[in-house]
Design a protein around this ligand. Sequence first.
Ligand code: SF4
Length: 286
Amino acid sequence: MEVLLAHEYGFCFGVERAVEMVEDALAEGGGPIRSLGPLIHNAQEMERLGGKGVSTIDAPTEADSETVAVIRAHGVTPQVQRELEERAAQVIDATCPFVTRVQHLAERAAQQGRDVVVAGNPDHPEMIGVVGYAPQNTYVVRDAQEVAGLPPLRAPLVVSQTTIKLQTFLEVAEAVRAKSDTEPQVVNTICSATRDRQDAARALAGEVDVFYVIGGRHSSNSVKLLAVCEEQCRKSFLIETPAEINPADVIGAGRVGVTAGASTPNWLIEQVVQRLHAIGENVVAS
Ligand code: SF4
């Protein structure tokens, strides 16, 4: 039985960078490391980091003068960052550079007296952080329909949450164009990590008999990956750990595909691949 990994899988650049920054801080010693909000949406990786003393806080007020506070990849508002810097012994800013770019674009446009329309989910932590950089001038809209409800826009800039669908962004940009007297500045700030993982899974799913997507059942990018795999491979499964693999599902399979959501660590992916190899050898031997 062959086990094939998708061309792109697992940790995206921003999550990998955040985990590495925390690992570096652990190696340096110092105070207790506390992430403002879960560092990563993967229960197993959070458990592993928890075993090393990394914990989660819900508000900057929970940081004290011993704390090494971590800003996760989603970023925070400048006000929250200041609060952390005032309270904590040290602040590790693991904001993904792709998110920092959106924050700075919004901030600069607001300084020029322009309005900012962001295509995204206003409740998402990344969007709450971005709005904090230009609170008077920024409007977050979920779709093109919501643009109609906005006040008149001054020389608008249109950007996007890093993880939204391209189609939604293009429709929002078009709606802003139709509403404005001046041609808006449109900057696509979507990160390709999600799409790259989906494209790679789609390409592999047509070539295998069984497909495993490793990721949290509540992780939207993992659930979407499963849907993409199911289009091409009827026997596609979403699993969180290798223990969830049912050997009966791979009996008779010549090729098994594996991919993982953007928050799934490599060590977990390796465990799944090893278990599949072990099952494959047993199936051949028996
Ligand atoms: S999905 Fe993209 S923008 Fe978000 S953390 Fe990962 S690399 Fe950064």
